[in-house]
Design a protein. Sequence first.
Length: 228
Amino acid sequence: MTMTVVDVLAQGTPLVDWAWIRNNTDLIWERTVEHVVLTVVSVGAGIVVSVLLALLALRWRRLEGPILALGGILYSVPSLAAFALLVPFFGLTTTTAVVALTTYTVLILVRNILIGLDGVSPDIVEAARGQGLTERQLLWQVKAPLALPVVMAGVRVATVTVIGLVTVTSLIGLGGLGFLILRGIQLLPVLSVMVVVGTVLSVVLAVAFDLALVGIQRLATPWTRRAA
C-alpha cells in the first residue's frame, strides 16, 4: 500500500533524519544546483523570446491578440503533457525540460512587457518626441526604463512559477529538488527526509529568487525610491 507523509506522521516516524542529510550533502547540493540552472536558463530563454514577441506586437499591433492567445494556450497545457509531447523530439534531455519550462513564461512576460510599455504616460512620450528622439530611442531610452517595474513583476511571477514546475521534470530523470521529492515518496517511510528536504529547499529557492529580483529591480529603478 502506498504511504503518504500523513501516514508517516501518524506512525510517529520522524520526517527529518539529520544523519541522512549529513551523509548526502553532495546529492542535495547537486540537485539544488540543477534546480537553479534549469530555472535560470528557462527564465532567461523566456525573457529573450518574450521580448522578441513583444517587439513584434508593438510593431504590428494586429499580432498582439494572436501572440497572447498562443501564450495562453501554451500556459494552459499541463506540465506533464508538455514534457510528453517534447520527449519524442528531444528525448529525456535537459533541452526537453528547458523548452517546456520556457513556454510557461511566455504569456506572463509578454503581457507584462506590453502592459508596462503601453502604460507610459502619453505626456512623457510626447515630451520625448519633442526632444527629437526617434521611435527606437523612445522605446529603449524612455519607455523601457519606465516600464521596468511592471516587467520585473512579471519576471518574478515567471521565476517562481518555473521553480515550482522544475520539480515536475523529475519524471523525465531531471527535476533538481523534484528528484528528491519523487524518490522520497517512492521510499516512504524509510526516506521521508528526502521529501522534506526537497520541499523545503524548493520553497527557500523561490523566496531567495524573489528577494533577489526585488533587489535587482530597486537597483535598476532608483527613481522609484526617490519618488516614494
